[in-house]
Design a protein around this ligand. Structure first.
Ligand SMILES: C[S@@+](CC[C@H](N)C(=O)[O-])C[C@H]1O[C@@H](n2cnc3c(N)ncnc32)[C@H](O)[C@@H]1O
Length: 253
């Protein structure tokens, strides 16, 4: 996929607009990660980084009814969509949506009890992310994030080649090591179940791709994007044992 090509970029965003979520995950996983975090303050302040369309933001607010949340994303259309969904869930008073780059967030030191980031830390790399974000955590604050990992050492060559597009894909042990090296205590981790890839992510994307494949059947450039997105789903259908998403929950000691 060539993001410098405006046509390809537009079609990619057409594939990825108005999906329930923009990555694997579900409410049960968010709840399980929260339970690994242990006891939180009664009314925790939470920063949800790269909130996308905001589904996990809303789940966090439902699971922690006294929390106040800032949800931040680099992409204006994602932030707008999150704001719309949060408003229609009646949660605008507790959740503020802002634009911001995870590489240079300007919140003050020791502001948040919890920093959340589902499916997005790869944009700057997990190590850089958790080093950068540490200063914004209160003492004993929590970071919870998901990241793609290899679950087996012997991926088929076509699968390994496809995932070279994902920066620095490694295994769970390497992620646990990074957590330790960055001065956090790992509170726990788990691999997201396969259902968390399908219900709110790949199934709606599959149906969107079918619609767009009909619309763009005579447009080679658009079809190359559609084929690449479809290939991603086909790989997961064929090889769910080889890779997955790990939820890592860590505390600022
Ligand atoms: C794979 S999506 C995950 C979104 C959401 N957390 C979810 O699981 O549905 C990645 C998100 O990261 C956002 N993003 C990419 N680079 C970013 C950056 N540097 N700072 C903040 N957000 C970023 C994108 O706009 C997108 O919404």
């Amino acid at each position: 996929m060539d993001f410098s090509n405006p046509k390809q970029r537009d079609v990619f965003f057409e594939v990825h607009s108005e999906l329930p979520r923009e990555g694997p995950g579900n409410k049960d996983c968010t709840a399980r990660a929260l339970s690994l975090a242990g006891q939180l303050p009664e009314a925790p302040s939470i920063l949800d980084i790269a909130c996308g369309p905001g589904m996990q933001t809303i789940h966090l607010a439902e699971l922690l009814p006294d929390a106040t949340i800032i949800a931040v994303d680099l992409n204006k259309s994602m932030a707008d969509e999150a704001r719309r969904r949060i408003a229609s869930a009646g949660m605008s008073e507790r959740i503020t949506v802002e634009l911001g780059d995870m590489a240079s967030l300007a919140y003050s030191d020791a502001t948040f009890d919890v920093i959340w980031c589902e499916g997005a830390a790869y944009n700057i790399g997990v190590e850089r992310a958790i080093r950068n974000w540490k200063r914004m955590l209160k003492p004993a604050g929590i970071i919870a994030l998901t990241d793609a990992v290899w679950l087996r050492k012997d991926p088929p060559p076509d699968l390994a080649e496809f995932w070279t597009a994902y920066p620095d894909m490694n295994n769970v042990e390497s992620r646990q090591q990074i957590v330790k090296e960055c001065g956090y205590k790992l509170k726990g981790n788990f691999i997201l179940p396969e259902t968390a890839w399908w219900a709110d992510y790949y199934l709606p994307m599959k149906s969107r791709l079918q619609t767009l494949a009909t619309r763009y059947k005579d447009d080679g450039e658009a079809m190359s994007v559609i084929d690449e997105c479809s290939a991603e789903i086909d790989f997961y259908e064929r090889f769910p044992d080889y890779y997955g998403y790990v939820f890592l929950v860590m505390s600022n000691l």
